[in-house]
Design a binder for this molecule. Structure first.
Ligand code: NAP
Length: 291
């Protein structure tokens, strides 16, 4: 149902980032709020890094109900919050904040978003080997998600041995304790044959390098026929990696579903209502020019 207009009672949600004007969250969240007939609006707020603390205090004073956090504030916002969930502490990043009587609370719904399509598949995750390509910020959410699913074997694959070791050590004092193994991109072939889930968290294949792929067709052929290929990239959708995986007959998931599901999880926190996921998916896909 469409809202007729803003009133004096309209509540405000939003997203902080810099830049924020390309965010796909405002159309997706506003469509969902309208569908739920909730008198609220979701607004983009461009916040420069140096202004983060002042902006967070200002959002509180203005009575903002909650907000998403995007680049470059996902890590730095943590110090401005009163409490954060174990999962966001483990990931080291917050993307969703809500108002409590004590102050701002934060969590990381990228983790929820990542695992949502996997939870709908009928795999026995307690036996799964997961191979994660990349060791940046998104890889942290993926590793936390795989721990949440109960995966016993998580391989982290990167191009720098030092960065891989740094990633592993960074979990030492974390509320989540992954059993991480590492290998270099050049050694990837050895771990692929027994892999249940192969996840690309690198930007390789992202627009405009749409013909690039983090793994070759020959490497995809090493995967078991029932493996899942998951690419966090959502432009293009599907990526070259997922097209090759689909040609091989593998199950594929792309980054649009993670984006929809992280937004749905945030909306549920703010409104305590079941989010209209298909409408959110349809709105996002139309924003991306997808069918
Ligand atoms: P990031 O922190 O910059 O990490 C990128 C990782 O990719 C690093 O480990 C980097 O390796 C590796 N990498 C970069 N170029 C590479 C190359 N040519 N070959 C091999 N590895 C390479 O970025 P991020 O925040 O994790 O985001 C990564 C991707 O995930 C982006 O495409 C982003 O759009 C996507 N993402 C999607 C969602 C979603 O909701 N769908 C959410 C978050 C992120 P080095 O460490 O060696 O540089």
């Amino acid at each position: 149902m469409r809202r007729s207009g803003l009133t004096g009672k309209t509540q405000v949600l939003g997203i902080i980032g810099h830049p924020v004007e390309h965010s796909l969250s405002p159309p997706m969240q506003n469509a969902a709020l309208a569908e739920l007939s909730i008198d609220a609006v979701y607004v983009p707020f461009a916040v420069e890094p140096a202004a983060l603390e002042t902006a967070i205090a200002g959002l509180w004073s203005l009575g903002i109900q909650g907000f998403n956090v995007t680049i470059p504030h996902k890590q730095t916002v943590i110090t401005t919050l009163t409490s954060v969930t174990d999962i966001s502490q483990a990931v080291g990043a917050v993307n969703t904040v809500w108002r409590t009587d004590e102050g701002w609370a934060g969590t990381n719904t990228d983790v929820t978003g990542f695992i949502a399509p996997l939870q709908q598949s009928d795999r026995d995750w307690s036996q799964a080997r997961v191979v994660v390509l990349g060791n940046g910020g998104a890889a942290r959410a993926v590793v936390a998600g795989c721990i949440t699913l109960g995966c016993p074997e998580i391989w982290l694959v990167g191009r720098s041995a030092d960065k891989l070791q740094h990633f592993v050590h960074s979990w030492q004092d974390s509320p989540l304790q992954p059993s991480l193994r590492t290998c270099l991109m050049t050694e990837l072939d050895a771990v692929l044959p027994a892999t249940t889930l192969l996840v690309n968290t690198t930007p390789v294949g992202m627009h405009p390098q749409v013909n690039a792929t983090p793994v070759t067709l020959a490497q995809i052929a090493l995967l078991p026929p029932d493996a899942i290929a998951y690419d966090l990239i959502y432009t293009p959708s599907p990526t070259q990696f997922l097209q090759l995986a689909a040609q091989r007959g593998l199950t594929t998931f792309d980054g649009t579903e993670m984006l929809v599901q992280q937004g749905a999880a945030a909306l549920q926190i703010w409104t305590q209502q079941s989010p209209p996921i298909s409408l959110m998916r349809q709105t996002l896909r139309s924003q991306l020019g997808l069918s």
